[in-house]
Design a protein around this ligand. Structure first.
Ligand code: G3P
Ligand code: CA
Length: 285
């Protein structure tokens, strides 16, 4: 993400595990992130939300209903209340689909992980995830996406920077493998982070063409841009334009081989995928 190291076309992108190895294990669980690290992912992606008692947890949805056996809105629940539910067993249904696929000989199904789908798992805090990443044997980058930028945005960012500072990460000088990158779909959130933590690399995410006219002239300009793979297919020149202004590109969510190869050919620096092991294998062949 460093401005001094633009990625040239043909360079294999670094592989970021989207919500962990979430194609194989329940998203945003310690097990999914641990598996991604063991599979050699270069980075991890997570979404963060604020609980009612001001704790940052890793969760995509506003509510816990899809990814747990409970029900409710994250911002209306305390961390203790969130911990009362199980965030692993919901994958049991997916496990049975995976078993059926494995039985049919689908080569993408990794048999040894199937049985782990249904394990009960607690909600994951950002602190627990940061600890996992920082304790790993070689540097990896955690891409943290802040959700609900409009209603609680500034508060989430303030808490996030305080939490990063607790680990000594918010003010670190820029490096080729930054331990943390902050991301948001909201330019206002990225600009606020740039103002309060200028050394923290940022990615401005987007899935429409407002990117293409993005003028890198303000002081709050993101270090990288983050188009969706759908947008990249339609507007591949966005990578070249970003490179011309010294910016890297982060593309999500890249699960198909042809898309992985497209990203490599264009010189995308980071790709977020639900299948880090299989994505890394594309570059070995
Ligand atoms: O990595 C960026 C990507 O995660 C953005 O979309 O909805 O999965 O958070 P979403
Ligand atoms: Ca995300």
């Amino acid at each position: 993400v460093s401005r001094s190291q633009p990625t040239q076309p043909g360079t294999p992108p670094l592989v970021v595990a989207h919500r962990g190895a979430s194609g194989e294990l329940p998203e945003h669980t310690l097990a999914a992130y641990d598996l991604a690290l063991r599979q050699g992912a270069d980075g991890l992606e997570c979404d963060v939300r604020l609980t009612r008692d001001g704790k940052l947890i890793c969760m995509h949805d506003r509510r816990i209903d899809r990814t747990s056996n409970g029900s409710g809105t994250v911002s209306a629940m305390t961390l203790d209340a969130l911990r009362a539910h199980d965030y692993g067993s919901w994958h049991a249904e997916m496990a049975s689909r995976q078993r059926a696929a494995a039985a049919l000989g689908d080569p993408d199904v990794d048999n040894k992980n199937i049985e782990r789908y249904a394990e009960p798992t607690s909600v994951l805090t950002l602190r627990e995830l940061l600890t996992l990443v920082l304790d790993w044997d070689r540097p990896r980058t955690l891409f943290i996406e802040t959700k609900h930028p409009v209603r609680y945005g500034a508060l989430v960012e303030m808490k996030l920077i305080a939490e990063l500072q607790r680990f000594g990460l918010a003010k670190r000088p820029p490096s080729a493998t930054p331990p943390v990158v902050m991301m948001s779909f909201a330019p206002s959130a990225v600009f606020r982070i740039r103002r309060s933590a200028p050394n923290l690399p940022t990615v401005l995410l987007g899935e429409n063409s407002r990117y293409l006219g993005y003028a890198p002239t303000t002081s709050g300009v993101p270090a990288a841009i983050g188009p969706s793979i759908e947008m990249l297919r339609e507007h591949p020149k966005v990578v070249e334009r970003a490179r011309a202004s010294g910016r890297a590109t982060y593309v999500w969510t890249v699960d198909e081989k042809a898309d992985v190869e497209l990203c490599r050919d264009l010189g995308v620096r980071w790709i977020a995928t639900n299948y880090p092991a299989r994505t890394k294998r594309v570059f070995e062949s």
